[in-house]
Ligand binder design. Sequence first.
Ligand code: SF4
Length: 150
Amino acid sequence: MAGKAASAKSPWYRDGIRFECTGCGGCCRARNGYEYVYVDPAEARAIARRLGIPLRRFVDEYLIEQHDDAPFDVQMHLRFDDGACSMLKDGKCQVYEQRPKQCRTWPFWRENMVKKVWDTEIAPQTPGVGRGRLWSRAEIEAAIAEDERS
Ligand code: SF4
């Protein structure tokens, strides 16, 4: 029991993980059919400013409305073209400094932080894993929390 309690408090990444974005664009392409990068209003405004276009035009040209079950629950996500995010141009994110939190927190998403998922799906397909600075456990958990903040 003591061992179980200890492991619950000590996730496998307790000593941190090295990661840096290599700019490969790999996480900007659909994986297993998943092509949803959600954008909140503040992020949409920042990206539209970066692109130098009015917010309305950005919404019309680059965002897709997703209506969930609740009647007023509408989310916006970036359009994907041929399996790649519409912000990806020549293999690079054209709004990197303004990229949505979902991109800023990758690969530290809760569903990725299951050891088996990390080892079999995330690390092998993410060239930045094992490189760059060490993200502490606290930073990883802050990224997980930020990704989940709506
Ligand atoms: S917004 Fe930028 S970083 Fe995020 S998926 Fe699109 S191209 Fe990639």
